[in-house]
Design a protein around this ligand. Structure first.
Ligand code: ARG
Ligand code: ZN
Length: 445
């Protein structure tokens, strides 16, 4: 008995020593020099996880740090007179609390899928990869005239990436417009797969009820991939440890690099897993806003399309004529169009892309008042090469290519840890924007 008691004490002490505590700092650069200083930190220190990177004067920066990093960063900020507050004092506590809350969910927010009571899937919750697969398969069985499910690739860990096609199969036509929607390219951005699932649900269950949806499903092919990065997603679900819940990349095998040595220290190896899939597309690959360091959050991979997930997108788009490419991320509330690899770089149909984005953002706002900014990724956030929306426009020649950074906005404190009661409002308002983009595609010759 006594020894058990000691064991418990030792175990909890050990646990305290082992578990890293993470917090998120809210940093407010007030001069151009502040912004540039933070940008320099971001490019130099690849271990830092900027939830929201530095972009412009007076725009908040969110930075997740462990305790050692926190002490060092706070000292540095104070030395440079850059204001900051603590946005999340203990990230893991928030993750654990939200997990508890999930059990007693507001039943009003539940939205079910059914036909003859066959499918029971709560769209107001975050789901496992297995549950998503089962849901998609149930839709294919229940609505065979509208739905087919197929894998478009296999990940490093052997998961099949599912794509669901929604169209009225009885109306065959060679020139249906085709829309691509993907979610979950970044593992921790959980609201994005949930939003794609809501789109799927809406297209299928509103077919008989809403003439506009009927038009979409009759005259367009909808290709939806709710979980483009299932390995990363499952990893991010596997623990409340912030280093795991806030995983961004895929789960590609470990790669090592030599790190610079000091005069008395031998060169050391640093080994890490995962490629940032949204740096791995063949569009100015390896240039600004991506990294060759496997331990970086924005590690670009060995070469363009080195990853099975990005190759799956490339190969699918090579075989299908896609008019509209939509990719969902979180967070910041921005609707982006190409090109994001460097500032002030646009396609020659900029006016059309911009006007459509503005109309889409207005439609989105009309639902709950949610404000979006509109522009290229480089102009609104930061330049990043190798992004999918750029590649889709520049290399795959998709006419309308958009990236959504979904809720929350920057003043909200929870960032990637968006509460489940936000899923349906987020999905509903985003669908209003997607409809505007789809309507625009229907107008093409
Ligand atoms: N948060 C996204 C990312 O880091 C934004 C990318 C925007 N696209 C771009 N090409 N800059 O992947
Ligand atoms: Zn993202």
């Amino acid at each position: 008995m006594k020894s058990l008691f000691f064991l418990v004490i030792i175990h909890s002490l050990y646990g305290n020593i082992q578990a890293k505590k993470f917090s998120v700092l809210r940093i407010s650069p007030s001069t151009r020099a502040d912004v540039e200083f933070l940008q320099e930190i971001r490019t130099k220190d690849h271990d830092l996880d900027f939830w929201k990177g530095p972009t412009e004067v007076n725009r908040e920066v969110h930075l997740m740090v462990d305790e050692a990093q926190k002490a060092y960063i706070e000292r540095t900020l104070e030395r440079h007179n850059i204001n900051h507050t603590i946005m999340i004092p203990d990230v893991e506590r928030v993750i654990v609390e939200q997990k508890k809350k999930r059990a007693k969910l507001n039943s009003e927010l539940r939205l079910r899928d059914w036909r003859d009571g066959k499918i029971n899937f709560n769209l107001a919750q975050y789901h496992s990869f297995a549950d998503v697969i089962n849901y998609l398969n149930a839709l294919a069985v229940t609505y065979p005239e509208l739905v087919s499910v197929q894998p478009i690739g296999t990940t490093h860990e052997g998961r099949q990436i599912p794509l669901i096609k929604v169209t009225n199969k009885r109306l065959q036509s060679g020139n249906k417009k085709a829309v691509w929607v993907d979610g979950g390219i970044h593992a921790r951005e959980w609201v994005s797969p949930s939003t794609v699932l809501y789109f799927i649900h809406t297209l299928i269950t509103q077919y008989d009820k809403d003439p506009k949806i009927r038009q979409y499903v009759d005259s367009m092919d909808w290709y939806l991939v709710p979980l483009l990065n299932p390995d990363g997603y499952e990893y991010s679900r596997s623990s409340t440890n912030p280093e795991i819940r806030l995983w961004r990349k895929n789960r590609s095998p470990t790669k090592c690099i030599q790190v610079a040595s000091g005069p008395f220290t031998p060169p050391q190896q640093q080994c890490c897993q995962g490629v940032d899939l949204n740096r791995n597309f063949d569009w100015f690959f390896g240039q600004v806003g991506s990294s060759t360091d496997p331990c970086s959050e924005i590690y670009q991979g060995g070469f363009a399309f080195s990853e099975p997930e990005t190759r799956a997108v490339r190969d699918f788009l090579a075989q299908h004529r896609i008019t509209t490419f939509i990719t969902l991320h979180s967070y910041s509330q921005i609707l982006m169009y190409p090109f994001g690899h460097q500032v002030r770089t646009y396609s020659n149909d900029l006016n059309d892309l911009h006007a459509t984005a503005t109309n889409a953002a207005n439609a989105l706002r009309s639902m709950y008042g949610t404000q979006y900014r509109v522009g290229t990724g480089a102009d609104t956030l930061y330049p990043a090469s190798g992004g999918s929306e750029d590649w889709a426009k520049g290399k795959a020649h998709v006419k309308y290519s958009y990236l959504f950074e979904l809720r929350p906005e920057e003043q909200v404190w929870d960032g990637f840890l968006l509460a489940e009661n936000q899923i349906l409002p987020t999905a509903r308002e985003t669908w209003e924007a997607v409809k505007v983009i789809a309507d625009q595609s229907l107008r093409l010759q």
